[in-house]
Design a protein around this ligand. Structure first.
Ligand code: FAD
Length: 438
């Protein structure tokens, strides 16, 4: 069976937060888009388990700029969506982010430098001010991060932080899957279509150009433009399209555990908590429903890196990683308990070779990629939608993006976005943190 009546201009593979954001942009520009997802609803892939933290602490000028632009979408969500959603809209909880400072050239110092250069707002807090705002926080230096079975894990503090930066615009999105439903409704209002429980098994091509996709039941769907937004399955789809080998930067699926622990006694973490990333002990955190603290790892060297088959991996929390992450958190939050019952989620990052995303065309004309989101692009879905639509329009209009990389303009900030930074053919970017920080 073939759906070759020219009814779709663009097939978008995946209906996660980025696939849905691209659908909004392209359908509003008049393209007839079709998102195809093998799951049964929007946002059921890795997006459903995203921590959905919105922060501006990247290691590069482009990374900070992009996230600052991306943050504006969440602040202006109702306007961006522009329609009713029967399930309601997400809330953007602007609780702020704390960045701990020390007398050392580390990631935090780099962030401060970038925020100064790019005029990103922050407050500088003394240790007294930190103690007043977050009385549950220990200010000791315990790093570098270790595993709990390493005797160094329990060492006494070797000093204290000198203070902190507070980024008041940072926060988190209440419900990452609902954000996809909101985007789906916005795209549908502009004519977009979504098809669920439908697996793509081949990318069709003719004469060096994509012609559509083939589904598991053998149906082919014709479209002159196909966008790979398959999250942790991105490399599977790139191989299907025959473009995997031609890309200098590759992607692979990395297993990641996130844990939920009751807040320290007497602390209303939902009201008084904050987002934080702590490179000294090696964890990140934010408030979580039920007065919990959500805890993730910052990909420290002593932790195992588990690259897996995205269709076959252990989806259970492990004792080892639970202990490592929760005990690390308890160094910074000394009254935090370490419950016996493990709670949290396991999911996959779609990690690129340098932990920076790839937003680009490919060597197969008409086949585009928004992949390699490396555990850090939920916050950027809105701007990713914009730049992918701009890029696709320019390339389809004849622009040679490989020879002359596009410089786009952020819708909210008016700042330049250098798309060569996101190229599939870049060299590994040495400025990247090579971690979830990006
Ligand atoms: C545990 C965790 C925590 C994170 N925390 C943060 C955070 O705090 N802040 C932040 O900014 N980012 C975070 N991220 C990253 C962020 O969530 C992702 O970058 C983002 O959700 C990716 O969205 P996506 O649309 O690209 O992919 P996905 O949401 O994974 O969607 C891809 C879709 O493609 C579909 N698909 C795959 N193959 C096929 C096929 N053959 N046929 C049809 N459909 C297919 C899948 O079913 C899936 O629904 C986190 C990620 C994880 C896993």
């Amino acid at each position: 069976m073939s759906e070759s009546n020219g009814s779709h201009d663009v097939v978008i593979i995946g209906a996660g937060v980025i696939g849905c954001a691209i659908a909004v942009e392209m359908s509003r520009r008049g393209y007839r888009t079709l998102n195809i997802d093998k799951a049964n609803a929007a946002g059921s892939g890795s997006t459903i388990n995203s921590c959905a933290i919105v922060r501006f602490t990247y290691s590069t000028v482009e990374g900070v700029n992009f996230s600052w632009e991306g943050g504006h979408y969440w602040k202006n969500w109702a306007d961006h969506i522009g329609v009713e959603d029967e399930l309601g809209l997400i809330e953007y909880r602007e609780v702020g982010q704390v960045v701990l400072l020390r007398d050392q050239e580390d990631h935090s110092a780099r962030v401060k430098e970038l925020w100064d250069e790019l005029d990103i707002p922050y407050e500088l807090l003394s240790r007294d001010e930190m103690a007043e705002r977050w009385p549950w926080m220990d200010h000791g230096l315990y790093g570098p991060p270790a595993r709990p079975d390493d005797p160094d894990f329990w060492r006494d503090s070797t000093g204290t932080f000198t203070g902190a930066l507070l980024s008041p615009d940072a926060g988190y999105v209440s419900d990452p899957q609902l954000s996809c439903h909101n985007l789906q409704r916005a795209a549908e209002a502009a004519g977009a279509e979504f098809r669920f429980k439908t697996e793509i098994t081949a990318i069709d091509r003719h004469d060096g150009r994509v012609t559509g996709v083939t589904l598991a039941d053998g149906t082919t769907i014709d479209a002159p433009i196909v966008v790979n937004v398959a999250g942790p399955h991105s490399s599977v789809l790139n191989k299907m399209a025959g473009v995997y080998d031609s890309m200098n930067i590759k992607t692979s699926a990395l297993r990641h555990e996130v844990h939920h622990v009751p807040a320290p006694p007497g602390v209303d973490f939902l009201a008084d908590g904050v987002v934080g990333a702590d490179d000294d002990v090696g964890f990140y955190y934010r408030p979580e429903a039920g007065n919990n603290v959500l805890i993730g790892g910052t990909d420290v060297d002593c932790d195992p890196q588990e690259f897996v088959d995205p269709d076959d991996y252990d989806q259970n929390l492990t004792e080892d990683q639970w202990n490592a992450q929760v005990l690390r958190a308890s160094r910074r939050m000394p009254t935090l308990g370490v419950p016996h019952e493990k709670k949290g989620v396991v999911d996959l990052y779609d990690v690129s070779d340098d932990w920076l995303p790839i937003y680009d065309r490919t060597d197969l004309d008409g086949f585009y990629v928004a992949v390699g989101t490396s555990g850090n692009q939920f916050k950027n879905a809105g701007v990713a939608g914009q730049v992918m639509a701009d890029l696709i329009e320019a390339v389809e209009g004849g622009h040679d993006h490989d020879a002359d990389p596009l410089v786009l303009t952020g819708r909210y900030t008016g700042r330049p976005i250098h798309m060569g930074f996101y190229s599939r053919n870049r060299e590994i970017n040495p400025e990247s943190s090579m971690s979830v920080h990006g």
